[in-house]
Write a new protein. Structure first.
Length: 158
């Protein structure tokens, strides 16, 4: 059995926080607002994985109303999502992520992001795709106010 899930996340930029994407700290003047570490890549992937298993979403499993998740490592949440789907007889076999932002440029950081995500997912880096694009100056992303991330996860099971 093959199952596919789609995830989406967006966060606004704020001063005074590190920018963490795909488990990597990216040099930038601003970080992302959020209850956890606000890793939008990990959040979108978590939703894609949970969605493929029809197991709810990140807010259901790790609500921002619960102080346990304050400043949580989003890569740990991603690993927990893999455990949830494993309990349902499924495993992640491939993921694809697109990060939409004007700056910073992510190209130099993508190999490390792929490696970090692969380790969290129990995959090889060849089974993890991370891409970045801009919003061509349009909307909140184009104005540099925040970012958005889309993810697709493919799971297999019996």
């Amino acid at each position: 059995m093959i199952r596919t899930g789609i995830g989406y996340d967006s966060h606004r930029f704020v001063e005074g926080r590190p920018l963490i994407l795909g488990g990597q700290t990216i040099p930038h003047t601003h970080g992302l607002a959020g209850h956890s570490d606000a890793d939008a890549v990990a959040h979108a992937l978590t939703d894609a994985i949970l969605g493929a298993a029809a197991a709810g979403d990140i807010g259901m499993h790790f609500p921002d109303t619960d102080p346990r998740w304050k400043d949580a490592d989003s890569m740990a949440l991603l690993r927990s999502a893999c455990e949830v789907v494993a309990a349902r007889g499924l495993r992640v076999v491939q993921v694809d992520v697109t990060v939409i932002l004007e700056r910073p440029r992510l190209g130099p950081h993508i190999p490390a992001m792929r490696t970090s995500l692969a380790a969290a997912l129990g995959l090889s880096a060849d089974e993890v795709s991370v891409k970045a694009t801009t919003n061509e100056g349009m909307g909140f992303i184009g104005r540099g106010e925040g970012i958005a991330t889309m993810a697709v996860a493919t799971l297999e099971g019996n």
